[in-house]
Design a protein around this ligand. Structure first.
Ligand code: SF4
Length: 97
């Protein structure tokens, strides 16, 4: 689908109500056409990267860290953190491991 305009409607923080709300001044539209065009041009290259990763049978060599739970919990955490948990269990409670 081809869109004529890509705009984002946001609250106009400069708006000061004086009497009835003036909806046309309360909101403002930000034109995102240029930003969207930049992102659209990058999509084919990113998709190619994604498919290359998916086709590789080897796991990516990424170390576990804060990025595993920030900004959100990763769905693969149980798998990736298993050796770390085993290490801590063996180190702190060897009688359990
Ligand atoms: S838990 Fe998720 S973010 Fe962390 S290393 Fe594994 S795949 Fe990457």
């Amino acid at each position: 689908m081809r869109l004529a305009h890509r705009r984002l409607m946001v609250i106009n923080t400069d708006y000061i109500r004086d009497g009835a709300i003036n909806v046309k001044e309360l909101f403002k539209l930000i034109d995102l056409n240029d930003d969207v065009e930049v992102v659209l041009k990058k999509i084919p290259g990113r998709l190619k990267e994604f498919f290359t990763v998916l086709a590789d049978s080897r796991e990516p060599e990424i170390k576990i860290g804060r990025h595993c739970s920030n900004p959100y919990d990763c769905a693969f955490a149980d798998y990736c953190w298993r050796t770390s948990r085993l290490f801590h269990l063996r180190h702190h409670a060897p009688f359990l491991a």
